[in-house]
Design a protein around this ligand. Structure first.
Ligand code: PLP
Length: 414
């Protein structure tokens, strides 16, 4: 029986979501469109299999084929990131990070990460996250110019003396200097942990420096710039660390691995290893730069005055309206983005003075600089006249027409 006949309610809602994804311009920097082939294997019979443990060392029988699948995923992941050990089992980026901490730290150990309100992630020590409850967390941030000041990080590290320094971010538009972070980590005897969840697709596409050989351990999600299934991975070149990571993921924090997702990770990695991938990664960055230029020409201030990667952070510190207002107005105009805090923030985290915009999803759809510039102009038009709901409705129709020229999925998928 088809889903349509078995569960019409969920079928209809899935189709509404498909329509939403087709009609709107997706500019949330952490979202993307995965391949139909990735979705095909994710929706396969592999979901039926229990395979606690690792290839060749499982707690269940009948694992000969899933062992092969997981080994292929591991080998492709190692090749992609040019490293010696990979764990492809984390169910998400957050669980990958939890696994890294559990492998290398004891409860109460000190970690030094990037402040959430400066672009870091919850799992980098925020007090509401287990990373900030189980470990004693300290933070570095960005300067008013929106950039990390590595001298300041060094000073904080020397005072705090953390067991681990976490680098990588959720909302940082500039290159991360992994070599500099490693220098600082070595000075204070800390592990360097690079969380490249946001930039992994750019790293493997050769348009952002790699965290290897600088970081002791690296984590990522597979669903953001990598365009694979929703999930996490952990990589290292150190055999001892690799063993500890494996034990921390299973049996430390997870049970049976999601074999359908691990197979989908392997399919995604195959795409990431192709020549086509390099073109995609370069286009993501070229598009973000084009967006930044367009917005700046229209007198909008960007944190760090531009971008090196897949995202731009608009700052409304000099405007009457907030990040939340901008988020709502652009949503009405068919552009999905998210409000964000900015350096020197004066509003609450629920209101904010910034907006984060990313180009990975529109680039996956086939948008090039020409279309991105047009989108940038429309964003400025909406924000210039932020209370004009009639204009928002008009732009929504125009952008829908543009979006439909770049069909990403068809109804036939469901
Ligand atoms: N690390 C960073 C830097 C992120 O931006 C995110 C997600 O936004 C994560 C980790 C967590 O990933 P997940 O949502 O898969 O748990």
């Amino acid at each position: 029986m088809s889903l349509e006949h078995f569960d019409k309610e969920i079928f209809d809602l899935t189709n509404k979501e498909l329509q939403r994804q087709c009609d709107h311009l997706e500019m949330i920097a952490s979202e993307n469109f995965t391949l139909p082939e990735v979705m095909e294997v994710m929706g396969s019979i592999l979901t039926n299999k229990y395979a606690e443990g690792y290839p060749g060392k499982r707690y269940y029988g009948g694992c000969e084929f899933v062992d092969e699948i997981e080994n292929i995923a591991i080998e492709r992941c190692k090749k992609l990131f040019n490293c010696q050990y990979a764990n492809v089992q984390p169910n998400s980026g957050s669980q990958a990070n939890q696994g890294v901490y559990m492998a290398l730290l004891q409860p109460g150990d000190k970690i030094l990460g990037m402040d959430l309100s400066h672009g870091g992630h919850l799992t980098h020590g925020a007090k509401v996250s287990s990373s900030g409850k189980v470990y004693e967390s300290f933070f570095y941030g960005v300067e008013l110019d929106g950039r990390i000041n590595y001298e300041k990080v060094r000073q904080i590290a020397h005072i705090v003396k953390p067991k681990m320094i976490v680098c990588g971010a959720s909302a940082y538009a500039r290159v991360i200097d992994f070599a500099k972070f490693r220098e600082i980590a070595d000075e204070v005897g800390a592990y360097l942990f690079a969380d490249i969840a946001h930039i992994a697709g750019l790293v493997v596409g050769g348009v952002h420096p790699s965290p290897f050989p600088h970081a002791h351990v690296v984590s990522s999600t597979t669903h953001k710039t990598l365009r694979g299934p929703r999930g996490g991975i952990i990589m290292t070149n150190d055999e001892e660390i690799a063993k500890k990571i494996n034990s921390a993921i299973f049996p430390g924090i997870q049970g049976g691995p999601l074999m359908h997702v691990i197979a989908a990770k392997a399919v995604g990695f195959k795409f990431n290893l192709s020549d086509e991938w390099k073109n995609y990664a370069k286009q993501v960055v070229d598009n973000a730069k084009a967006l930044a230029q367009t917005l700046m020409k229209r007198n909008y201030k960007l944190v760090s005055d531009g971008t090196d990667n897949h995202l731009v952070l608009m700052s409304f510190l000099d405007r009457e309206f907030s990040g939340k207002d901008a988020d709502i107005a652009l949503g009405n105009a068919g552009i999905t983005a998210n409000k964000n805090t900015v350096p020197g923030e004066k509003r609450s985290p629920f209101i904010t003075s910034g907006l984060r915009l990313g180009t990975p999803a529109l680039t996956a759809r086939g948008f090039k600089e020409q279309q991105i510039q047009l989108v940038g102009e429309k964003i400025a038009d909406v924000l210039d006249d932020i209370d004009n709901t009639a204009l928002q409705a008009k732009i929504k129709e125009e952008l829908k027409e543009l979006a439909h020229q770049f069909i990403i999925y068809t109804k036939a998928l469901f």
